[in-house]
Design a protein around this ligand. Structure first.
Ligand SMILES: CCCCCCC/C=C/C(=O)SCCNC(=O)CCNC(=O)[C@H](O)C(C)(C)COP(=O)(O)OP(=O)(O)OC[C@H]1O[C@@H](n2cnc3c(N)ncnc32)[C@H](O)[C@@H]1OP(=O)(O)O
Ligand SMILES: NC(=O)C1=CN([C@@H]2O[C@H](COP(=O)(O)OP(=O)(O)OC[C@H]3O[C@@H](n4cnc5c(N)ncnc54)[C@H](OP(=O)(O)O)[C@@H]3O)[C@@H](O)[C@H]2O)C=CC1
Length: 288
């Protein structure tokens, strides 16, 4: 496995992690970095598809005692999540980290989202995250502590074109704060990461389109998200809880990508001298 992490191998000793959606994109980078950092220990496990687990296992040096285990689980289904958590505990006896990375949505103007589509996205991104947090806490972290990181999104200026996921991710941002307080007495830290990274569904066109909106003038890569996640899981973040780290090169502070066409549909301002002054300003003959 390539040594790409800025952290030292051995950072995560004797740990067991659940990374939902750990086999693709950002989740794959998180799994790979955790594996790299846990490579000198015996039992580190990540949850993904068989083919992806095999691929990661093959990249491990033969001397590495770390392992990757594929387990199927639909996070929208509470019983499947409970079964996943019990299965991990039966196999490995502990759960130190939970990364709620599994998620997704489709792009659509709000007016065209069906009730079924809305519920599917809320179920996946909000309820699925809640299921995983609750199940891991009840079965293990309540008694033993641990660290949870939720992956959300850049929804700070709303999320036009993906309003369902914007609402779900804003809710997870708030859930993070509630759980950080409720579970503090168990020694559980709960944080979020709000990434901007490459997004395959919309492909190279979005990639090119979004570059001018980034203060960095490039998109992030999954490895730049996984390092933030590993930091929040690590002892270096031992005094951080209830926080959301924006990993977006400042993009959420910059322009919106959403274009509002010119229109005259906005309600008139109230009559009065200020409106007259405004009209003067907009008048092409104005000397102002
Ligand atoms: C300017 C843009 C900036 C972009 C920034 C992007 C930031 C985000 C990045 C990422 O999230 S990366 C992850 C990429 N991967 C995904 O997003 C995966 C997407 N898919 C899913 O997660 C799921 O398919 C789903 C959307 C949650 C749907 O769940 P499921 O497939 O199980 O379906 P059902 O529960 O049966 O519901 C289907 C229901 O949903 C509606 N729907 C689904 N897809 C679309 C679509 N493409 N367009 C419109 N509506 C859709 C629809 O109502 C479906 O019902 P039916 O019509 O099929 O009855
Ligand atoms: N890339 C980006 O710029 C951004 C990404 N995000 C979020 O970051 C996370 C990772 O995204 P990214 O790596 O880009 O995309 P991916 O599509 O590669 O990753 C999403 C993962 O979530 C899994 N998943 C989806 N629904 C479920 C479910 N119901 N139960 C279990 N697993 C599920 C998928 O598994 P499967 O393939 O088997 O369905 C997949 O492995 C997602 O939550 C995404 O929405 C947020 C903002 C920006």
């Amino acid at each position: 496995m390539a040594a790409s992490s800025v952290f030292r191998p051995g950072l995560f000793k004797h740990k067991v992690a659940i990374v939902t959606g750990g086999g693709t994109g950002i989740g794959k980078a998180i799994s790979a970095e955790l594996l790299e950092l846990g490579e000198w220990r015996r039992d580190t496990h990540y949850f993904l598809r068989s083919a992806e687990a095999l691929e990661m296992r093959q990249k491990l040096p033969p001397s590495s005692p770390a392992s990757v285990t594929p387990l199927q689980c639909n996070i929208r289904n509470e019983n499947e999540v409970k079964a996943l958590v019990l299965s991990v505990l039966e196999r490995y006896g502990r759960i130190d980290f939970l990364v709620n990375n599994g998620g997704g949505q489709f792009s659509s103007p709000a007016e065209h989202i069906s009730s079924k589509g809305w519920k599917a996205v809320i179920d996946t991104n909000l309820t699925g995250t809640f299921h995983c947090c609750q199940a891991v806490y009840s079965a293990w972290m309540k008694q033993h502590g641990g660290a949870i990181v939720n992956i959300i999104a850049d929804m700070w200026k709303g999320f036009p074109g993906m309003s369902h996921t914007g609402a779900a991710r804003a809710a997870v941002d708030n859930l993070t704060k509630s759980l950080a307080i409720e579970w503090a007495a168990s020694g559980v830290r709960v944080n979020s990461v709000a990434p901007v990274s490459n997004y395959k569904e919309l492909g190279p066109s979005l990639f090119k389109m979004s570059v001018p909106f980034s203060p960095a003038k490039r998109l992030g890569v999954p490895e730049e998200i996984s390092s933030a996640v590993c930091f929040l899981l690590s002892p270096a973040a031992s005094f951080i809880s209830g926080a959301t780290l924006r990993v977006d090169a400042g993009q959420s502070l910059y322009h919106s990508m959403w274009d509002i066409p010119d229109h005259s549909a906005w309600p008139e301002a109230p009559e009065g001298e200020n409106l007259e002054a405004l009209k003067d300003l907009l008048n092409p003959q104005s000397k102002l």
